[in-house]
Design a protein around this ligand. Structure first.
Ligand SMILES: Nc1ncnc2c1ncn2[C@@H]1O[C@H](COP(=O)(O)OP(=O)(O)OP(=O)(O)O)[C@@H](O)[C@H]1O
Length: 265
């Protein structure tokens, strides 16, 4: 347990490649149950920041600072020390569900896998997987299908069910809807927001879409060229911040979906 520490504590996180700094001195906390969006333009360092939180940076990354996840230091930790955190503490919802779902294994078995690893019997795990798939608003029988038999949006919901199966305290979702059309995006964000809220799970949602951030999260972190530009409630950050990088995000999002940001400008 964290004993008063936030679930996630990031201090002065700095990441570089071959001497070029791409994330520079980023510090923030995520409390248990808090839903936080990490926004920024392409190349601002969102993905690298989240990979650092999960101990998944590429081997040639130069990293310094501190990332504490439920009290465990991630920066510099050995893989064997990070493994117990994956599942019960954090789970990653990838950008493309194709990277987390095995095309050759039925969806239900994949969703049940984290439960089986936690020692749950085959039948109860299968029943729980079906419940999770239904909670993600997937049609009955989805568990018996293979990923290729699902639409992109359905696959992402299945990946979400799989991430939730381990009952993580913090769900990390990196642009989970970028591969989907607008209708499917809305559906995935709705189940993501509801599922984390109902479980009291934390969420770190990486997106360049402020409308997605507004519908799913309470707080926003704005990254710009590797630096943390703003951290606060979404509407306050948008209303109070004159930085061109924030304005550019607002304008890009408003062009796509104005209603979500009415009142935030
Ligand atoms: N393996 C790597 N080697 C060298 N540079 C890298 C590597 N991975 C990322 N970078 C650089 O680090 C910077 C931040 O990349 P990152 O992927 O975190 O951005 P991002 O905000 O997630 O962008 P996007 O929204 O396009 O996914 C970019 O300039 C990128 O070119």
């Amino acid at each position: 347990m964290t004993d008063g520490l936030p679930l996630l504590r990031v201090r002065d996180l700095t990441i570089g490649f071959a001497g070029r700094t791409v994330v520079a001195g980023v510090s923030f906390d995520v409390a248990a149950g808090e839903r936080v969006a990490l926004v920024g333009a392409s190349g601002s360092g969102k993905t690298l920041t989240t990979l650092a939180l999960l101990g998944l940076l590429p081997p040639d990354a130069e990293v310094s600072g501190s990332v504490q996840l439920a009290g465990t230091e991630v920066v510099g930790a050995a893989e064997r020390d990070l493994r117990p955190l994956r599942g019960p503490v954090t789970a990653l919802v990838p950008q493309d569900p194709g990277t987390s779902l095995n095309p050759q294994v039925r969806v239900g078995r994949q969703v049940a896998a984290p439960l089986r690893r936690a020692g749950v019997g085959r039948r109860p795990a299968a029943a729980r997987a079906d419940e999770l798939l239904a909670e993600m608003r997937l049609p009955a029988g989805t568990g018996r299908r293979f990923p290729v038999q699902l639409s992109g949006g359905q696959r992402q919901r299945a990946a979400l069910a799989m991430a939730l199966a381990g009952a993580p305290r913090l769900l990390v979702a990196d642009e989970p809807t970028s591969a989907l059309d607008a209708t499917a995006q809305h559906g995935v964000l709705a189940v993501l927001g509801r599922a984390t809220r109902e479980r009291g799970a934390g969420l770190l949602l990486v997106t360049h879409d402020l409308a997605a951030a507004a519908t799913t999260c309470d707080r926003v972190l704005v990254l710009d060229e590797g630096r943390l530009l703003a951290d606060g409630p979404l509407r306050e950050v948008l209303a109070g911040h004159a930085h061109p990088a924030v304005r550019a995000l607002v304008e890009a999002t408003a062009a796509l979906s104005p209603p979500a940001l009415v009142g935030a400008r």
